[in-house]
Write a protein that binds this ligand. Structure first.
Ligand SMILES: Nc1ncnc2c1ncn2[C@@H]1O[C@H](COP(=O)(O)OP(=O)(O)OP(=O)(O)O)[C@@H](O)[C@H]1O
Ligand SMILES: [Mg+2]
Length: 480
């Protein structure tokens, strides 16, 4: 907008100056032509009334510089009447008379003799007229040359009217106009700056709000609608679409949460049933075979009964272990985020392990932030347990637990010298129930990931086949 006003003002300025100049030139051209006509008519009337013979040689007598007996026919008189200098030349370009007394004394050749160029130019021009422009001290001169004819229409002399194109008037008017124009445009310019400032502020402000809200929009939390005071049409449409989207998003999130919950419960129920059924079959078979082979008279019966009971108790214990593992996983309580010292919590867990096998380093003596103490203990326990289990037989375990307190995040890493995670398992190890161990439940890493996510952190790993694995957890300090 500002640029437009500026360019427009420059263009108008340019066109105006051009227009004024053209008009002034046109005016002077016409005025010179009018004067020329008048002077010529006057000269013709003098020639008609003179007693001299009308021919070139006599002209200097007819138009004597300072008048003659008849008084009115002097060239000075003519010049006074028509208010401009008048020169008469013969056909060869030599000055005959001039109203400017200086010319007589002035020996300047270009005035006393017309150049041959001018003579031919007059002759060649279709209307036998030639105008040259030159700049003098007082301004621009337009000097016109035409023939004076006798009665038989034979040229006898060249009339020269040096006309001073006085443009002071035009210039003044132009100046006045430009001043007004400048004032108007200055006001418009300031107005344009002001309006565009307001407009852009208004538009960018509402757009910024929309932008801010869009950035914050997320599927996992409740989104605020945008309410703006008197927005314009386009922005209003944008806001309306955004608000509609928020509504839809909320609806879908609700639906999704519902289905997710149902799905999770179905899965859990299926898994619990499966795990409990597993030991039930061997138990049933054992009871049946015991029933069939039961012989009260058998001398070993006491021993056999003891073995049988022992086996049943083991199976029942296993079932109870499975049940509690699942219930642990299912009823993972909401994290209690309290200010705790991570170094203290981790080292208290690691006390339970052989310090030659599990080492601990921290870049600070104390790292305090908000986390759930018991859940963090479970994380460390699970990771260290996995690390120890990953070390193949015959290799001395060398586990390193490290914590780093950096500017914006806290990093926990557990590195082992185990066998690494085979590529085909890498994408599945965090799934509940995924295990490669005969004794494992496959819940360890699933629990770890859930806890880490409850703390707005992330977990990932780096592994090298046969050399070991590092599990890395990052917590964002700004979150906790
Ligand atoms: N440090 C590790 N090195 C190599 N493999 C690992 C490591 N940690 C986990 N894994 C692999 O990931 C699988 C899943 O681990 P997760 O802790 O979830 O279950 P689990 O240890 O098998 O059983 P649970 O922890 O329930 O007793 C493991 O069976 C193992 O194959
Ligand atoms: Mg485990």
């Amino acid at each position: 907008m500002i640029a437009l006003t500026f360019v427009a003002s420059i263009m108008i300025l340019f066109v105006t100056i051009l227009q004024y100049r053209e008009e002034a030139e046109d005016y002077h051209k016409k005025r010179l032509l009018r004067k020329e006509k008048a002077v010529k008519a006057h000269i013709n009337s003098i020639l008609e009334n003179t007693s001299y013979e009308v021919k070139t040689e006599k002209l200097k007598y007819i138009f004597k510089v300072n008048g003659n007996m008849r008084g009115l026919s002097s060239i000075s008189e003519l010049s006074r009447i028509h208010k401009m200098p008048i020169n008469l030349y013969d056909l060869n370009g030599n000055l005959i008379v001039s109203s400017l007394w200086q010319f007589k004394n002035n020996q300047h050749d270009s005035v006393r003799h017309l150049s041959p160029g001018i003579l031919t130019a007059i002759d060649k021009s279709p209307n036998k007229r030639y105008v040259i422009k030159h700049n003098g001290k007082e301004g621009e001169y337009q000097s016109s040359f035409t023939y004076i004819y006798d009665k038989k229409f034979k040229p006898i002399a060249i009339l020269n009217l040096p006309y001073l194109a006085d443009s002071t008037f035009y210039k003044k008017e132009l100046e006045e106009f430009l001043k007004n124009l400048a004032t108007i445009y200055l006001i418009m310019f300031i107005l344009a700056i002001f309006i565009s400032y307001l407009l852009s502020r208004y538009i960018t402000k509402s757009l910024n709000t929309v932008n801010h809200m869009l950035r914050q929009t997320s599927f996992s939390k409740e989104n605020q609608k945008i309410i703006l005071k008197n927005p314009n049409d386009e922005i209003n449409q944008l806001i309306e679409s955004y608000n509609q989207m928020v509504d839809k998003l909320e609806e879908s999130a609700k639906k999704l949460a519902q289905t997710e919950r149902e799905e999770a419960w179905r899965n859990m129920a299926r898994q619990v049933a499966h795990e409990i059924k597993n030991p039930l079959t061997p138990m049933r078979l054992n009871i049946q075979s015991f029933q069939m082979t039961f012989d009260p008279d058998d001398p070993d019966i006491k021993q056999k009964f003891n073995d049988f009971s022992q086996m049943l108790i083991e199976q029942i214990d296993l079932m109870s272990k499975i049940a509690s593992a699942f219930s642990d996983f299912a009823k993972m309580p909401q994290a209690q985020l309290l200010q705790n010292d991570l170094v203290a919590v981790v080292s208290s867990v690691l006390k339970l392990y052989d310090p030659r096998q599990v080492k601990f380093v921290s870049n600070k003596d104390q790292i305090s932030f908000h986390f759930d103490k018991s859940q963090m203990q479970r994380v460390i326990t699970n990771l260290v347990k996995n690390a120890l289990q990953s070390v193949p037989d015959g290799r001395e375990p060398d586990i390193l637990v490290s914590i780093k307190d950096l500017n914006d995040k806290i990093i926990i890493s557990v590195t082992d010298n185990g066998s690494g995670i085979p590529v085909e398992y890498q994408s599945r190890i965090f799934e509940p129930k995924f295990t490669t161990k005969s004794s494992g439940m496959g819940l360890g890493l699933a629990i770890v990931r859930k806890i880490v996510e409850n703390h707005n952190g992330k977990i990932y790993f780096k592994t090298h086949q046969g050399e070991g694995t590092t599990f890395i957890i990052e917590f964002d300090k700004n979150y906790n």
